[in-house]
Design a protein around this ligand. Structure first.
Ligand code: KIV
Ligand code: NA
Length: 265
């Protein structure tokens, strides 16, 4: 099993091979996700929601992201591992952005970083790339800007925002990003970006005419009953599987049927 590289992803786009990407935040899940053949694992700042129970991605810290990325790296052999730079770690200026980017790379050993935004952060993107660190872009519904948007609704539905998104995507490609995530935008717009750009476009709620797809692993496994956006396909009902299993354990303990004679020393 050869390790997936950023160059391989660009090759996959050229060959018309779709890229499968999922999040992971810990060693045990990352081993399963990697073993199942996912090409790219994202240590998403969605860990703030999924792991820590925050309502936004804003509170997660650089040290917490490094802990998640380090844990994921211990479980991965094949997938390319991309770590989100958390809110506040790259918005101040390029120098701080590079310093924090280098910390994530050194301390976690991950393969690449993802930053939200286009023109606003392009100098920082260029500085991180100049340090030799591969960068994935992220446009559309960028959750670190939720307080600016005021809603998790679909982005770039009007022409002005759509044209700005296309321009930002070109800026990121020209800067040297190896891929871009497009989140929750009209399928037609995502399709246009994927055909205009040479680097892979990974969609989430961006339709099928892009070069790959990403989902939050806990959501696609059905561990979370509450979150049901239109773009989310559930491939399992782990909430029910886990609740039944844990309920059975509780019953067995109460009924004194666990442990039995084979489950003791
Ligand atoms: O943090 C995350 O999970 C993400 C994906 C949804 C793209 O950024
Ligand atoms: Na994210």
């Amino acid at each position: 099993t050869r390790k997936v590289t950023t160059h391989r992803l660009i090759e996959m786009k050229q060959q018309g091979k779709k890229i499968a990407m999922l999040t992971s935040y810990d060693y045990t899940m990352a081993r399963i996700v990697d073993g199942a053949g996912v090409d790219v694992i994202l240590v998403g700042d969605s860990a703030s929601n999924v792991m820590a129970g925050n309502t936004t991605t804003l509170p997660i810290t650089l040290n917490q992201m490094i802990y998640h990325a380090t844990s994921v790296m211990h479980g991965v052999e094949r997938a390319l591992v991309v770590c989100d730079m958390p809110f506040g770690s790259y918005q101040v200026n390029p120098t701080e952005g590079v310093t924090n980017a280098i910390r994530i790379m050194k301390e976690s050993g991950c393969d690449a970083l993802k930053l939200e935004g286009g023109a606003d952060i392009i100098d920082t993107v260029k500085a991180i790339l100049a340090a030799g660190i591969p960068v994935m872009g992220h446009l559309g519904l960028t959750p670190q800007s939720i307080n600016k948007f005021g809603t998790y609704a679909v982005r770039a539905k009007d022409e002005a925002e759509a044209e700005k998104l296309v321009a930002d995507a070109h800026l990121l490609e020209e800067a040297g990003c190896f891929a871009i995530v497009l989140e929750k935008i009209p399928a037609l717009l995502a399709s246009r970006v994927a055909s205009e750009l040479h680097i892979p476009i990974i969609g989430i709620g961006a339709g099928p005419q892009v070069d790959g797809q990403v989902l939050v692993v806990n959501d696609m496994l059905g561990m979370n009953k509450g979150f049901s956006p239109k773009f989310l396909r559930r491939y399992a009902d782990l909430h029910t599987v886990m609740t039944d299993a844990i309920g059975q354990y509780v019953s067995d303990v109460k009924a004194r049927t666990f442990p039995d004679e084979n489950e003791q020393y």
